[in-house]
Design a protein around this ligand. Structure first.
Ligand code: PMP
Length: 438
């Protein structure tokens, strides 16, 4: 069949529209994408992106590891590999997970292209159109988009400063069961959550595991930030205390503790699930890049990687402190925010009647950018919220950015007091991420 018309004649129209699979319908560009281009301008302080600060890596050392790798193991590194991933890296991954109390063997690990691909493969093997996934509200925007791409329905459960609320989770599972659409997965970022910055408390962790176990719902624990802890005791992974290894799929990543650009993450899964993931990975990519896997493995085996994580921690802690101090100093009364003990994000809530999305063009004009909260909800909720990242700009820029944001919010409050609340726009469902949303 031919497309509607010649693509050349209609460069702005898509001649293939109407031919896409139903699952592609929800794949739409974010309305705020254009604003991210503005946010990338040097005069704008971007509190929007979640990009790790790889400039803090010892680049010469990384370069030496890679060149040594090509010299010594080039014929393996530059060849196809296995779909499950390089065996020695899977062993190293088990040592990394042990830091969070997880005991596991390399056979149950699948290496993926970032943990993002693990999430996609999980959706692929578990979700039929119309299936229900339960997530926190708010939740990681690209997880929403991934589940939406498999035409799943997302049901949210609220979280507070101590993470997801177990009673609300139990009620939600029971309600979904009554409605004849039992939850298939519970997707959670329990530690230093993206976007809310909160962590599931030690008290709630066994409760959440128990609620899921009783409801027969498989937990997907997404934990890319766990080792970036700035206060308090190390947080044990949910998977570490699961009653059975069948209860949880754990997702990990080297994006925040080493290098996001190498795209190496993993899933630790119950054995049968792991087998399916390997088959799904094979049809997705044949094999992950042996080069980047071996590079990560060599780095872990030959370099003081936990010292490097300390360097990252110190840097991000300083930035987190700068952001919290600036928020206290510059935010008008009635703005509230979370105090993350790790990770990259603060979640702020605007006073009654303000709309973070409507305010964004004003903020970028004032040379500060953030991510409006509504992208982190599947139902368009979160108009009063914004995600503020402290991972990328240096402390003095963070302070400047928060000061500008405080001024913009102050002006919005004055407008509201003069003209009344900004009319909330209708919910539009999930948004695709902008280019710097990780
Ligand atoms: N999960 C969460 C919660 C994230 O914030 C991110 C990236 N920012 C990912 C998964 C994906 O990370 P990667 O694919 O780089 O491992």
């Amino acid at each position: 069949m031919q497309p509607d018309d010649s693509p050349e004649k209609h460069s702005t129209l898509d001649p293939w529209r109407g031919r896409y699979a139903a699952r592609a319908e929800g794949m739409i560009a974010s309305e705020v994408r254009a604003l991210f281009a503005v946010a990338a301008r040097p005069e704008v302080v971007s509190l929007a992106g979640g990009m790790p600060n790889v400039a803090a890596l010892p680049l010469e050392t990384v370069s030496a590891v890679m060149s040594d790798l090509v010299m010594r193991q080039g014929t393996v590194a530059l060849q196809y590999g296995s779909a499950q991933g390089v065996a020695s890296l899977r062993e190293s991954i088990c040592d990394v997970m042990a830091l969070e109390g997880v005991t596991a063997g390399p056979d149950d690990v699948v290496v993926t292209s970032g943990s993002q691909q693990a999430l996609d493969l999980i959706a692929k093997i578990f979700l039929d159109p119309g299936d229900t996934v339960v997530t926190e509200a708010p939740t990681y925007v690209t997880a929403i988009n991934t589940f939406a791409a498999y035409q799943a329905r997302i049901t949210h459960v609220p979280l507070d400063d101590d993470g997801v609320i177990p009673e609300a989770l139990a009620e939600t599972f029971a309600r979904l069961q009554r409605e004849g659409r039992p939850a298939k997965l519970f997707y959670t970022v329990p530690t230093f959550q993206n976007p809310a910055g909160v962590t599931l408390s030690a008290e709630r962790r066994p409760q959440v595991l128990d609620v899921c176990r009783r409801a027969g719902v498989l937990v997907v624990e997404d934990n890319p930030y766990g080792l970036l802890r700035y206060d308090g005791e190390p947080v044990r992974a949910l998977r570490a205390d699961a009653a059975s290894s069948h209860d949880v799929i754990y997702l990990g990543s080297f994006s925040k503790t080493f290098a996001a650009g190498l795209r190496v993450g993993w899933a630790l899964a119950p054995t049968a699930v792991k087998d399916k993931l390997v088959l799904a990975a094979e049809s997705a990519v044949l094999s992950q890049s042996p080069f980047t896997q071996l590079a990560v493995d060599q780095y872990l085996r030959t370099q003081p990687w936990s010292d490097q994580i300390k360097v990252f921690r110190e840097m991000y802690r300083e930035r987190r402190d700068a952001m919290l101090a600036a928020l206290t100093e510059f935010m008008p009364p009635d703005v509230t925010w979370t105090s993350p003990a790790g990770g990259f994000f603060v979640w702020a809530t605007l006073p009654e009647g303000l709309d973070a999305k409507a305010m964004l063009p004003r903020a970028t004009t004032a040379r500060v950018a953030y991510v409006p909260g509504s992208g982190f909800f599947a139902d368009g909720d979160g108009r009063a919220n914004m995600r503020l990242s402290f991972c990328y700009p240096p402390p003095e820029r963070i302070r400047e950015g928060v000061q500008r944001l405080g001024d913009v919010i102050g002006q919005e409050i004055k407008l509201r007091d003069t003209f009344g609340a900004t009319q909330p726009q209708p919910a539009r469902g999930p948004q695709a991420p902008g280019p710097e949303l990780p």
